[in-house]
Design a protein around this ligand. Structure first.
Ligand code: GAP
Length: 461
């Protein structure tokens, strides 16, 4: 196994073993491309989402939050162009029936030869020509015998009510952006914001993805966070706003502890760019399986508001409070795949050193800030004191865990593996002077801290 595949496998295995991420529907043999977040995964996920909300919404007076429905009228997706243009090109192997995305097949083939080739968005005929010209074999069976490529829509369909006719068809949202566009008038009417301003939300999006693998990188449903930043194109330059948000996105990635050298921007090719965008750049991250998209930034112009205004017949223009002029704002959209962020954070934190496995998670993201241990299990005073300190930290709102199994060495090993920044040990000395030993996950150094200073010490970073 290559070093990279090995690292990926270690992250998958640690995630399962330690309660970060479980395969979806596992007791029934699993459902491909679905995963469940376990007790630690959900804490890490929440910390990432809170960090996003804090950085992009709470700390900016001109960004409003929303939480819109997953099920949306088919009319939304017709107006947004998703029913016609939100497609992937699929191809089947006649020999082993393997179905794959034609663009991913080509890109993986060239990547294995050390060449970066972006073919996403090319028409089926062009993809087919590249596959035929290069005699690209099926990665599963090695045979080159492909069907003709064809387009496949990514929107998940379901039915409202018990009658499954076309009237009852609705779609699970393929992007969360549309919930913000269709509520644009409501936000204008209730909050009276002045341009430029943003509307933000985070929640689940659903895509009927065919490409398997790479753990939670590409799944059927995933956590997404994005905002639409509306502006008057006559007053603000889209290029300047684009650059501003590009820098803010980079800064947020750095606050998550992701190293600068693993981040890089890439501009979409004309063919690759989504149907609604005039310019798109991705912030790519160096995942264990390659450099891939983490965030996206698009200039969607007035594409969405214009189409919704036309198709719904509703007035979606903004009235300039000074001139009374009605304008259709343009929009810059920063978008963040939160599951991918979680994977990037785990991959970057994973480390093996001096006979231990450590997740060097940033303190702000770690599921538990500290673990509390009684030095011994059979001395009532020590255990009682440890419980008292544990309860004190819980009531102070510090995310802590309790461990009294095995010996101290095993407990350290286990907390290192889940990324707990501090281990607090209560011993005989604690009973005398109300101090505890605090061991640092990264340096493994131990210091003696007064119980009265403990909360500050654990949460100061
Ligand atoms: N509203 C814009 C939009 O949805 P996108 O590039 O299609 O843009 C946004 O998706 C982000 O969602 C991507 O940058 C990526 O991080 C993440 N993403 C896309 N498809 C995904 C999938 N199938 N599984 C997990 N994350 C995904």
């Amino acid at each position: 196994m290559s070093e990279i595949a090995d690292l990926q496998q270690k992250i998958v295995s640690l995630s399962k073993r330690r309660g970060y991420v479980f395969p979806g529907s596992e007791i029934y043999g699993g459902l491909s491309n679905t995963y469940d977040f376990g007790p630690l995964g959900v804490l890490l996920l929440r910390n990432i989402k809170n960090s996003w909300w804090d950085f992009f919404v709470t700390r900016r007076a001109n960004i409003q939050g929303l939480d819109t429905s997953i099920l949306m009228s088919p009319k939304v997706w017709e107006a947004s162009g998703h029913t016609s243009s939100f497609t992937d090109v699929l191809i089947d192997c006649r020999n082993c029936k393997n179905r794959t995305r034609a663009d991913h097949l080509i890109e993986a083939y060239f990547e294995a030869k050390g060449e970066k080739k972006i073919v996403e968005g090319l028409p089926p005929e062009e993809l087919s020509k590249i596959i035929e010209d290069n005699k690209i074999p099926c990665p599963k069976c090695g045979v080159h015998d492909w069907t003709k490529p064809r387009k496949f829509n990514l929107l998940f369909e379901t039915n409202v009510g018990i009658v499954t006719d076309s009237q009852a068809t609705v779609y699970l949202r393929g992007e969360i952006a549309q919930g913000m566009f269709v509520n644009f008038r409501n936000v204008l009417d209730t909050m009276r914001p002045r341009l430029p301003f943003g509307i933000a939300q985070s929640g689940k999006a659903f895509r009927n993805e065919i490409t398997l693998g790479n753990f939670i990188f590409r799944t059927l449903e995933f956590n997404l966070a994005e905002f639409e930043y509306f502006f008057d194109p006559a007053k603000d330059s889209w290029e300047a706003l684009f650059d501003y948000w590009k820098e803010e996105m980079r800064k947020w990635a750095l606050t998550l502890g992701l190293p600068e050298e693993k981040l890089s921007w890439r501009t979409h090719t004309d063919a690759e760019r989504a149907h609604y965008s005039t310019k798109t750049e991705d912030l790519d991250f160096e995942f264990p399986f390659g450099v891939k998209e983490l965030f996206g930034l698009a200039y969607r112009t007035d594409y969405d508001l214009k189409n919704h205004m036309e198709k719904s017949g509703e007035e979606l223009r903004y009235t300039d409070p000074e001139t009374g002029e009605k304008i259709l704002p343009h929009v810059i959209e920063p978008t963040f795949g939160i599951n991918r962020v979680l994977l990037a954070v785990l991959a970057d934190a994973y480390c093996e050193e001096e006979g231990r496995t450590v997740l060097k998670l940033p303190h702000t993201l770690a599921p538990y800030k500290a673990a509390v241990f009684p030095l011994v299990r059979n001395k009532e005073e020590v255990v009682g004191k440890a419980r008292e300190i544990f309860d004190m930290l819980v009531s102070e709102g510090v995310s802590v865990t309790w461990d009294d199994r095995g010996n101290i060495g095993k407990r350290y090993y286990s907390q290192d593996e889940i990324g707990t920044p501090f281990c607090v040990t209560i011993d005989y000395q604690t009973l005398e002077d109300d101090t505890v030993t605090v061991r640092d996950r990264d340096t493994m150094e131990q210091v003696r801290i007064a119980v009265s200073d403990l909360e500050f010490y654990l949460t100061r970073q």
